[in-house]
Design a protein around this ligand. Sequence first.
Ligand SMILES: [Fe+2]
Length: 171
Amino acid sequence: MSTPSPRPPIVQQRESDLPPLGAHAREETGLQLQETLVELIDLSLIGKQLHWNVVGALFRPLHLQLDELIASWRTLADTVAERAVAIGFVPDGQAGTVAADSALAAVQRASIDDHAVVAELTQRLAESTERIRSRTERVGELDVASEDVLVEVLRALEEQVWMIRAQRASR
Ligand SMILES: [Fe+2]
């Protein structure tokens, strides 16, 4: 069985059918979108882990809020993956790729107190937004439409960081 290359930026569509980016911009933009896709999928998986395992007085609001966040991350992941396809890059959101490439730390497999859930979530989201901001700036030099997609992701995640941090401040 052959082993697939780790990040194949395969252009499967005819060059003439794609936005006129040039090979370098297409590949580099695709890679930045791919890294963001992995980030968003892993956030949604970690979010479900916290959704199931949160305990404490804030169980119900956090349990419900996490599902709202997960829905947002999944929608954004879809937008990012489809932008990659639109520029001729094949995205990969499969479990093995996410496990191998995600920079996010796993959460412990245990019940997690509500205040710890807020802290774990804030930390990961803040780290993600930093990485996504860097990617957005990089893509801004290459493809304005993909930049717009990443700006949408960044705006959503930074708003989520603010709202979650606001909850932590009240404790
Ligand atoms: Fe649920």
